[in-house]
Design a protein around this ligand. Structure first.
Ligand code: ACM
Length: 306
């Protein structure tokens, strides 16, 4: 155990790549993933984040297609090529993969790759709409110790649920990487007047409530009539955007220096308040009858005047 003053800054440069994978075009997808990871390395990033299902594309039309485009992380394909880039650059990358499960079936996964190959794989917990036809959900949230700190992952729709990001923060994650394919479907309003989509606000919420850096790598373009929203974003541990939102329909590399020493400071909101420590456990809810007449509202067991 080391003693003495803790460093007041611990900078991590990270990059989020927003581009257009193509359904079924494995060559294009591999080349794009490598090109954007190299661009992140050239920008000095030690962590690059690529979109959800970047190796395969998103809008499958059959189980057979999802299976044909699946890969086992590290066993050739885009993930092996990305590990080589990581070895050359001394960095790590998080990439969305149509993951073939050796026990059968597939997962919508985020693989962490580094100089030695596959470090960890997170399998998306909350499958969105048709994804439920192609994938099985995961059942755990890995946290990964990397040379600069602790990383957790969620994927796209997961960000609409506070629980996974909270669980990762409680497990010490300082950075939450979110490969994503935000879509316009089922929403009346897709962007606000600033060009933010709802995923951007979710990223701010997850960062602010947990005191964690949240970095979302979205894609652009359209597949089989499904439009993707771009607007990738990096949010710091105080809950403020430090890069992005990127444009809705243009490629982008967002690069930011985040101070991981700021994570502990962000969680300690005041000398007397800690975002993780002040939680109240069960949060019991009581239903109050505000409709029936006051005389009928007395709680069970309460004495009533005759
Ligand atoms: C999504 O979860 N890809 C919308």
């Amino acid at each position: 155990m080391t003693s003495g003053p803790q460093p007041t800054t611990r900078l991590l440069r990270l990059a989020v790549a927003q581009y257009e994978p193509r359904i079924g075009d494995m060559r294009h997808n591999l080349d794009s993933a490598v090109r954007w990871t190299k661009a992140a390395a050239e920008a000095g990033a030690r962590l690059a984040i690529l979109p959800e299902l970047a190796t395969s594309g998103y809008a499958f039309e059959s189980v057979e297609e999802a299976e044909r485009l699946a890969e086992l992380p590290g066993d050739g394909g885009a993930t092996a090529a990305l590990a080589e880039v990581c070895a050359d650059a001394g960095m790590h990358v998080v990439v969305g993969v149509d993951e073939r499960d050796p026990r059968g079936g597939r997962h919508n996964s985020a693989a962490v790759l580094g100089p030695e190959g596959v470090v960890a794989v997170y399998r998306k917990l909350h499958l969105f709409h048709d994804e439920q036809s192609w994938f099985a959900p995961g059942d755990e949230l890995p946290v990964v110790d990397l040379p600069w700190g602790r990383l957790g992952m969620i994927v796209c729709f997961d960000i609409w649920f506070p629980e996974p990001a909270r669980a990762l923060a409680l497990a010490g994650a300082e950075v939450i990487a979110c490969p994503t394919n935000w879509v316009a479907s089922f929403k009346r309003t897709v962007y606000d007047e600033r060009g933010w989509c709802q995923g951007d606000y979710m990223a701010v919420a997850r960062a602010a409530e947990n005191g964690a850096v949240v970095a979302c790598a979205d894609r652009i373009g359209e597949e089989r009539g499904l439009r993707f929203l771009g607007a990738s974003i990096i949010v710091d541990a105080d809950g403020w955007p430090v890069a992005g939102p990127a444009a809705a329909d243009a490629e982008a590399l967002l690069v930011a220096d985040v101070d991981l020493a700021g994570v502990a400071r962000a969680r300690q909101r005041t000398p007397r308040n800690n975002l993780l420590g002040d939680r109240r456990g069960a949060y019991p809810v009581r239903t109050v009858d505000g409709v029936s007449a006051p005389a009928d509202r007395a709680p069970a067991g309460a004495s009533r005047q005759p």
